[in-house]
Design a protein. Structure first.
Lengths: 183, 178
Protein backbone atom coordinates (compact mmCIF):
# COMPACT_ATOMS: atom_id res chain seq x y z
CA UNK A 1 0.00 0.00 0.00
CA UNK A 2 1.49 3.31 -1.05
CA UNK A 3 1.23 6.18 1.40
CA UNK A 4 0.06 9.59 0.30
CA UNK A 5 1.46 12.95 1.32
CA UNK A 6 -1.62 13.51 3.43
CA UNK A 7 -1.00 10.22 5.27
CA UNK A 8 2.49 11.42 6.07
CA UNK A 9 1.21 14.75 7.33
CA UNK A 10 -1.19 12.98 9.66
CA UNK A 11 1.38 10.53 10.96
CA UNK A 12 4.05 13.13 11.57
CA UNK A 13 1.51 15.43 13.19
CA UNK A 14 0.67 12.69 15.62
CA UNK A 15 4.34 12.02 16.30
CA UNK A 16 5.08 15.72 16.62
CA UNK A 17 2.32 16.24 19.13
CA UNK A 18 3.30 13.29 21.29
CA UNK A 19 7.06 13.51 21.26
CA UNK A 20 8.38 14.46 24.64
CA UNK A 21 11.95 13.86 25.68
CA UNK A 22 13.82 11.53 23.37
CA UNK A 23 13.73 8.10 21.89
CA UNK A 24 12.21 9.41 18.72
CA UNK A 25 14.25 7.23 16.38
CA UNK A 26 12.80 4.18 18.03
CA UNK A 27 9.29 5.51 17.53
CA UNK A 28 9.90 6.28 13.88
CA UNK A 29 11.44 2.91 13.20
CA UNK A 30 8.55 1.12 14.80
CA UNK A 31 6.04 3.17 12.83
CA UNK A 32 7.56 3.06 9.36
CA UNK A 33 9.67 -0.07 9.29
CA UNK A 34 8.03 -2.54 11.62
CA UNK A 35 4.34 -1.66 11.74
CA UNK A 36 3.63 -0.30 8.29
CA UNK A 37 6.52 -1.87 6.44
CA UNK A 38 6.87 1.11 4.13
CA UNK A 39 10.66 1.11 4.42
CA UNK A 40 13.36 -1.41 5.03
CA UNK A 41 15.52 -1.14 8.12
CA UNK A 42 18.49 -0.50 5.84
CA UNK A 43 16.85 2.53 4.24
CA UNK A 44 15.75 3.81 7.61
CA UNK A 45 19.21 3.59 9.18
CA UNK A 46 20.67 5.24 6.09
CA UNK A 47 18.38 8.17 6.64
CA UNK A 48 19.11 8.24 10.37
CA UNK A 49 22.85 8.42 9.82
CA UNK A 50 22.54 11.25 7.33
CA UNK A 51 20.00 13.13 9.40
CA UNK A 52 22.25 12.97 12.45
CA UNK A 53 25.35 13.90 10.50
CA UNK A 54 23.90 16.99 8.86
CA UNK A 55 22.93 20.16 10.72
CA UNK A 56 19.38 20.54 11.84
CA UNK A 57 17.15 18.99 14.43
CA UNK A 58 17.16 15.23 14.07
CA UNK A 59 13.40 14.82 14.17
CA UNK A 60 12.77 17.36 11.41
CA UNK A 61 15.56 15.93 9.29
CA UNK A 62 14.05 12.48 9.64
CA UNK A 63 10.60 13.74 8.68
CA UNK A 64 12.03 15.16 5.47
CA UNK A 65 14.07 12.07 4.69
CA UNK A 66 11.26 9.62 5.32
CA UNK A 67 8.74 11.82 3.52
CA UNK A 68 10.99 12.13 0.52
CA UNK A 69 11.73 8.43 0.43
CA UNK A 70 8.11 7.41 0.55
CA UNK A 71 6.37 9.99 -1.60
CA UNK A 72 9.02 12.25 -3.07
CA UNK A 73 9.21 16.05 -2.69
CA UNK A 74 5.56 16.45 -1.66
CA UNK A 75 6.09 13.78 0.97
CA UNK A 76 9.10 15.63 2.35
CA UNK A 77 7.07 18.82 2.60
CA UNK A 78 4.15 16.97 4.19
CA UNK A 79 6.41 15.30 6.75
CA UNK A 80 8.06 18.56 7.70
CA UNK A 81 4.72 20.36 7.92
CA UNK A 82 3.35 17.59 10.13
CA UNK A 83 6.21 17.56 12.57
CA UNK A 84 6.38 21.33 12.80
CA UNK A 85 3.01 23.05 12.37
CA UNK A 86 0.76 21.49 15.02
CA UNK A 87 3.42 21.67 17.74
CA UNK A 88 4.24 25.25 16.70
CA UNK A 89 0.62 26.31 17.02
CA UNK A 90 0.36 24.50 20.34
CA UNK A 91 3.47 26.11 21.78
CA UNK A 92 2.28 29.58 20.81
CA UNK A 93 -1.11 28.90 22.41
CA UNK A 94 0.59 27.78 25.61
CA UNK A 95 2.73 30.90 25.61
CA UNK A 96 -0.35 33.08 25.13
CA UNK A 97 -2.02 31.25 28.01
CA UNK A 98 0.95 32.00 30.24
CA UNK A 99 0.99 35.62 29.14
CA UNK A 100 -2.65 35.92 30.18
CA UNK A 101 -1.78 34.44 33.55
CA UNK A 102 1.22 36.70 34.05
CA UNK A 103 -0.64 38.77 36.61
CA UNK A 104 -0.31 35.93 39.11
CA UNK A 105 3.14 35.93 40.74
CA UNK A 106 2.84 32.21 41.48
CA UNK A 107 2.91 31.56 37.75
CA UNK A 108 6.32 33.20 37.50
CA UNK A 109 7.65 31.08 40.32
CA UNK A 110 6.22 27.99 38.68
CA UNK A 111 7.83 28.83 35.35
CA UNK A 112 11.19 29.42 37.04
CA UNK A 113 10.98 26.01 38.68
CA UNK A 114 9.94 24.42 35.39
CA UNK A 115 12.92 26.08 33.72
CA UNK A 116 15.19 24.69 36.44
CA UNK A 117 13.91 21.17 35.85
CA UNK A 118 14.20 21.58 32.08
CA UNK A 119 17.80 22.72 32.50
CA UNK A 120 18.39 19.57 34.53
CA UNK A 121 17.18 17.63 31.49
CA UNK A 122 19.58 19.54 29.27
CA UNK A 123 22.40 18.89 31.72
CA UNK A 124 21.82 15.16 31.51
CA UNK A 125 21.90 15.42 27.71
CA UNK A 126 25.13 17.39 27.87
CA UNK A 127 26.68 14.75 30.12
CA UNK A 128 25.67 12.03 27.67
CA UNK A 129 27.10 14.04 24.77
CA UNK A 130 30.40 14.57 26.57
CA UNK A 131 30.64 10.90 27.49
CA UNK A 132 30.25 9.87 23.86
CA UNK A 133 33.30 11.83 22.76
CA UNK A 134 36.25 9.59 22.04
CA UNK A 135 38.65 9.56 24.97
CA UNK A 136 41.58 10.95 23.05
CA UNK A 137 43.46 14.20 23.37
CA UNK A 138 42.32 15.63 20.07
CA UNK A 139 38.53 15.27 20.34
CA UNK A 140 38.58 16.37 23.96
CA UNK A 141 40.74 19.39 23.18
CA UNK A 142 38.33 20.42 20.43
CA UNK A 143 35.36 19.97 22.73
CA UNK A 144 36.92 22.05 25.51
CA UNK A 145 37.99 24.65 22.98
CA UNK A 146 34.45 25.03 21.68
CA UNK A 147 33.09 25.22 25.22
CA UNK A 148 35.56 27.89 26.33
CA UNK A 149 35.07 30.01 23.23
CA UNK A 150 31.30 29.91 23.42
CA UNK A 151 30.60 29.88 27.18
CA UNK A 152 33.44 32.03 28.52
CA UNK A 153 34.73 34.15 25.69
CA UNK A 154 31.20 34.49 24.32
CA UNK A 155 32.39 34.37 20.76
CA UNK A 156 29.87 33.92 18.02
CA UNK A 157 28.88 30.27 17.94
CA UNK A 158 28.42 30.45 14.20
CA UNK A 159 32.04 31.40 13.64
CA UNK A 160 33.34 28.92 16.20
CA UNK A 161 31.51 26.05 14.54
CA UNK A 162 32.33 27.27 11.03
CA UNK A 163 36.02 27.11 11.91
CA UNK A 164 36.29 24.14 14.28
CA UNK A 165 33.79 21.73 12.72
CA UNK A 166 35.49 21.37 9.33
CA UNK A 167 38.84 20.88 11.07
CA UNK A 168 37.39 18.22 13.32
CA UNK A 169 35.63 16.44 10.46
CA UNK A 170 38.71 16.58 8.24
CA UNK A 171 40.89 15.13 10.98
CA UNK A 172 38.34 12.40 11.62
CA UNK A 173 38.18 11.60 7.91
CA UNK A 174 41.97 11.26 7.78
CA UNK A 175 41.94 9.07 10.84
CA UNK A 176 39.34 6.76 9.30
CA UNK A 177 41.32 6.52 6.07
CA UNK A 178 44.45 5.69 7.99
CA UNK A 179 42.72 2.99 9.96
CA UNK A 180 41.10 1.66 6.81
CA UNK A 181 44.48 1.31 5.18
CA UNK A 182 46.10 -0.51 8.05
CA UNK A 183 43.17 -2.94 8.37
CA UNK B 1 8.14 46.15 11.19
CA UNK B 2 9.74 44.63 8.13
CA UNK B 3 13.15 45.70 9.38
CA UNK B 4 12.48 43.68 12.50
CA UNK B 5 11.39 40.67 10.45
CA UNK B 6 14.53 40.94 8.37
CA UNK B 7 16.64 41.07 11.52
CA UNK B 8 14.92 37.99 12.85
CA UNK B 9 15.57 36.21 9.57
CA UNK B 10 19.24 37.11 9.33
CA UNK B 11 19.82 36.25 12.97
CA UNK B 12 18.45 32.74 12.80
CA UNK B 13 19.57 31.53 9.38
CA UNK B 14 23.26 31.21 10.38
CA UNK B 15 22.28 29.58 13.64
CA UNK B 16 20.19 27.07 11.71
CA UNK B 17 23.19 26.07 9.65
CA UNK B 18 25.31 25.26 12.67
CA UNK B 19 22.69 23.34 14.63
CA UNK B 20 24.71 20.15 14.83
CA UNK B 21 23.95 17.45 17.34
CA UNK B 22 20.39 18.41 18.20
CA UNK B 23 18.18 21.43 18.65
CA UNK B 24 19.57 22.43 22.04
CA UNK B 25 23.20 22.90 21.05
CA UNK B 26 22.73 26.40 19.70
CA UNK B 27 21.00 27.70 22.82
CA UNK B 28 24.04 29.68 23.94
CA UNK B 29 24.06 31.63 20.68
CA UNK B 30 20.30 32.12 20.60
CA UNK B 31 20.51 33.53 24.11
CA UNK B 32 23.41 35.78 23.17
CA UNK B 33 21.64 37.15 20.11
CA UNK B 34 18.19 37.52 21.59
CA UNK B 35 19.04 38.82 25.07
CA UNK B 36 22.50 40.35 24.94
CA UNK B 37 22.75 41.73 21.43
CA UNK B 38 19.26 42.55 20.17
CA UNK B 39 17.54 43.01 23.52
CA UNK B 40 14.43 41.38 22.16
CA UNK B 41 13.82 39.70 25.49
CA UNK B 42 15.10 39.91 29.02
CA UNK B 43 16.97 37.00 30.53
CA UNK B 44 13.85 36.07 32.49
CA UNK B 45 11.60 36.16 29.42
CA UNK B 46 14.10 34.00 27.57
CA UNK B 47 14.10 31.42 30.34
CA UNK B 48 10.31 31.46 30.42
CA UNK B 49 10.16 30.78 26.70
CA UNK B 50 12.67 27.98 27.17
CA UNK B 51 10.57 26.43 29.94
CA UNK B 52 7.43 26.63 27.80
CA UNK B 53 9.06 24.87 24.87
CA UNK B 54 10.21 22.11 27.19
CA UNK B 55 6.63 21.66 28.33
CA UNK B 56 5.32 21.35 24.82
CA UNK B 57 5.86 18.47 22.41
CA UNK B 58 7.68 18.80 19.14
CA UNK B 59 11.13 19.72 17.87
CA UNK B 60 13.45 21.52 20.26
CA UNK B 61 13.97 24.50 17.98
CA UNK B 62 10.42 25.70 18.57
CA UNK B 63 12.01 28.13 21.02
CA UNK B 64 12.77 30.24 17.99
CA UNK B 65 9.09 30.22 17.00
CA UNK B 66 8.22 31.57 20.44
CA UNK B 67 10.88 34.24 20.25
CA UNK B 68 9.58 35.34 16.87
CA UNK B 69 6.05 35.44 18.27
CA UNK B 70 7.05 37.64 21.19
CA UNK B 71 9.09 39.97 19.04
CA UNK B 72 6.70 40.45 16.15
CA UNK B 73 3.53 38.42 16.55
CA UNK B 74 2.39 35.96 13.90
CA UNK B 75 4.75 37.15 11.18
CA UNK B 76 7.63 37.18 13.62
CA UNK B 77 6.94 33.57 14.51
CA UNK B 78 6.59 32.63 10.84
CA UNK B 79 9.80 34.36 9.75
CA UNK B 80 11.85 33.09 12.69
CA UNK B 81 10.63 29.53 12.13
CA UNK B 82 11.34 29.75 8.42
CA UNK B 83 14.84 31.02 9.12
CA UNK B 84 15.48 28.26 11.60
CA UNK B 85 14.02 25.30 9.76
CA UNK B 86 14.24 26.03 6.06
CA UNK B 87 18.03 26.18 5.49
CA UNK B 88 18.75 22.78 7.00
CA UNK B 89 15.60 21.36 5.42
CA UNK B 90 16.80 22.47 2.00
CA UNK B 91 20.27 21.12 2.69
CA UNK B 92 18.92 17.76 3.74
CA UNK B 93 16.52 17.65 0.81
CA UNK B 94 19.41 18.23 -1.60
CA UNK B 95 21.49 15.54 0.04
CA UNK B 96 18.57 13.11 0.05
CA UNK B 97 18.06 13.82 -3.62
CA UNK B 98 21.69 13.51 -4.67
CA UNK B 99 23.03 10.79 -2.47
CA UNK B 100 21.27 7.48 -2.20
CA UNK B 101 24.26 5.60 -0.98
CA UNK B 102 24.97 2.97 1.64
CA UNK B 103 25.49 4.03 5.20
CA UNK B 104 28.95 3.56 6.59
CA UNK B 105 30.44 5.65 3.81
CA UNK B 106 33.55 7.37 5.07
CA UNK B 107 32.14 10.85 4.64
CA UNK B 108 29.18 10.02 6.87
CA UNK B 109 31.34 8.46 9.56
CA UNK B 110 33.75 11.36 9.42
CA UNK B 111 30.88 13.83 9.76
CA UNK B 112 29.36 11.95 12.67
CA UNK B 113 32.63 11.38 14.50
CA UNK B 114 34.07 14.78 13.71
CA UNK B 115 30.99 16.68 14.81
CA UNK B 116 30.57 14.81 18.07
CA UNK B 117 33.16 16.76 20.09
CA UNK B 118 31.97 20.03 18.61
CA UNK B 119 28.34 19.25 19.47
CA UNK B 120 29.34 18.18 22.98
CA UNK B 121 31.20 21.45 23.53
CA UNK B 122 28.18 23.39 22.27
CA UNK B 123 25.82 21.42 24.48
CA UNK B 124 27.99 22.06 27.54
CA UNK B 125 28.12 25.76 26.71
CA UNK B 126 24.33 25.85 26.30
CA UNK B 127 23.81 24.33 29.74
CA UNK B 128 26.38 26.69 31.27
CA UNK B 129 24.59 29.72 29.86
CA UNK B 130 21.22 28.43 31.03
CA UNK B 131 22.40 27.71 34.56
CA UNK B 132 23.86 31.18 34.84
CA UNK B 133 20.54 32.68 33.76
CA UNK B 134 18.58 30.75 36.35
CA UNK B 135 16.65 32.62 38.98
CA UNK B 136 15.29 31.23 42.20
CA UNK B 137 18.57 30.93 44.07
CA UNK B 138 19.90 27.72 45.44
CA UNK B 139 16.46 26.08 45.42
CA UNK B 140 16.35 26.34 41.64
CA UNK B 141 19.85 24.95 41.36
CA UNK B 142 18.90 22.07 43.61
CA UNK B 143 15.89 21.38 41.38
CA UNK B 144 18.19 21.33 38.37
CA UNK B 145 20.50 18.79 39.98
CA UNK B 146 17.62 16.65 41.18
CA UNK B 147 16.14 16.75 37.70
CA UNK B 148 19.46 15.67 36.15
CA UNK B 149 19.68 12.80 38.59
CA UNK B 150 16.10 11.78 37.90
CA UNK B 151 16.67 11.68 34.16
CA UNK B 152 19.93 9.78 34.45
CA UNK B 153 18.81 7.15 36.91
CA UNK B 154 15.07 6.72 36.43
CA UNK B 155 12.73 6.54 33.47
CA UNK B 156 10.62 9.45 34.59
CA UNK B 157 8.53 11.23 31.97
CA UNK B 158 10.10 14.50 30.79
CA UNK B 159 6.89 16.49 30.90
CA UNK B 160 6.17 15.30 34.42
CA UNK B 161 9.62 16.37 35.49
CA UNK B 162 9.21 19.91 34.19
CA UNK B 163 5.77 20.29 35.74
CA UNK B 164 7.04 18.91 39.04
CA UNK B 165 9.98 21.30 38.95
CA UNK B 166 7.60 24.22 38.89
CA UNK B 167 5.62 22.82 41.79
CA UNK B 168 8.80 22.14 43.75
CA UNK B 169 9.95 25.73 43.50
CA UNK B 170 6.57 27.01 44.65
CA UNK B 171 6.80 24.63 47.57
CA UNK B 172 10.29 25.84 48.47
CA UNK B 173 9.21 29.44 48.36
CA UNK B 174 6.09 28.92 50.45
CA UNK B 175 8.16 27.06 53.01
CA UNK B 176 10.53 30.00 53.06
CA UNK B 177 13.44 27.97 51.80
CA UNK B 178 14.25 30.03 48.71
Amino acid sequence: MQPTAWDLFRIFSRIGLTSFGGGLSGWLMREFVQDRRWMSEEEFLNGLAISQALPGVNVTNMSIWIGFHLVGPRGAAAGLAGIFLPPAVLVVLISVAFALLSGYPLVHVWLAGAAAAAIGLSLSMAITAVRRVRRRVLPWTLMVLVFVMVAFLRLSLVWVVAVVAPISVALEYLRLRREGRSA
Amino acid sequence: MSALLWELFTTFVPISLVTVGGGQTTLAEIQRQVVDLHHWMTQAQFLNAFAITRMAPGPGSLLVTLIGWQVAGFWGAAVASLAMFAPTAILLFLIAYLWRRQRGANWQLALEGGLRPVAAGMMAAAVYVLIRALEGGWAAQAITLASTGAVMFTRVNALLLVVAGGAALILCQTLGLA
